[in-house]
Design a protein around this ligand. Structure first.
Ligand code: PGA
Length: 265
């Protein structure tokens, strides 16, 4: 038993922790800048194997990219189109995200699945487009409350993982992060319990093990998302399979985002 726990802790220590703030459709440039200046000061010196990521709306990416130069904060896009360029009015390409300094892009967020016709197939196309442009991906998966009540959680999340990551190579997977975000926990104040979340993270890791090498499954970062706050981050992070958080509402205030980062270190 002791060995099992030690082995689990060792594996967890080898994985990169990532705390990412998903701003969604919030903050104009001035608000973004004042947030980032406060965050930069507060997280100076934190590097304990933790990546700090912010995901502002497209309109603020460029100024935030300038503002975070020399800091330990990384930038993420909130979505992307699957072509590199061309006649796709209103869309943003992976090359454009790279050009404004993004390291990550969030793909398949449940709000995009719900409001913008995102499917597992478009998620897969977008992920491949990002990877061929050498960008990293945070793929979001998670079940709705109806799916959970119908006992379809494992089949829905399993399908999102298998279809979303279809055709990727072992090497590609080094640039993939997974965020488990139960839809019923997003923006509702209803967090999954740490053990409910851990059970799903374990299932996701097992699914990755079936699709790729063991080494990929044990090293991939799996974040939890859904009503993460400074009050629940530490107990979530104590779970063996939870390697970070994708934070919405509580990431909009620099003070609370910093508390979440500190609670995860
Ligand atoms: P929330 O959002 O933290 O406001 O629940 C999480 C997310 O949508 O990524």
């Amino acid at each position: 038993m002791v060995w099992v726990i030690l082995d689990m802790n060792r594996k967890k220590m080898n994985r990169k922790k990532i705390i990412a703030g998903n701003w969604k459709m919030n903050k104009v440039i001035e608000e973004s800048l004042s947030f980032i200046n406060e965050l930069k000061e507060a997280v100076r010196g934190i590097n304990d194997n933790i990546e700090i990521v912010v995901s502002p709306p497209f309109t603020a990416l460029s100024v935030i990219n300038d503002a975070i130069k020399g800091s330990n904060i990384l930038l993420a896009g909130q979505d992307v189109f699957w072509e590199d360029k061309g006649a796709y009015t209103g869309e943003i390409s992976p090359m454009m995200l790279k050009d404004v300094g993004c390291k990550y892009t969030i793909i398949g967020h449940s709000e995009r699945r719900q409001y913008c016709n995102e499917t597992n197939e478009t998620v897969n196309k977008k992920i491949k487009a990002l990877l061929r442009n050498d960008l990293s991906v945070i793929i979001c998966v998670g079940e709705t409350i109806e799916e959970r009540e119908d006992k379809r959680t494992f089949s829905v999340v399993g399908r999102q993982i298998r279809d979303g990551l279809k055709g990727l190579t072992q090497k590609d997977m080094e640039k993939v992060v997974i965020a488990y975000e139960p839809v019923w926990a997003i923006g509702t104040g209803k967090t999954a319990t740490p053990s409910q979340a851990n059970e799903m993270h374990l299932f996701i890791r097992d699914t990755i093990k079936e699709m790729f090498e063991d080494k990929i499954a044990s090293s991939i970062t799996i974040q939890y998302g859904g009503s993460v706050t400074p009050l629940n981050i530490t107990e979530l992070m104590l779970e063996s399979e939870i390697d970070g958080a994708l934070v919405g509402g509580a990431s909009l205030d620099a003070g609370s985002f910093v508390q979440i980062i500190r609670g995860a270190v």
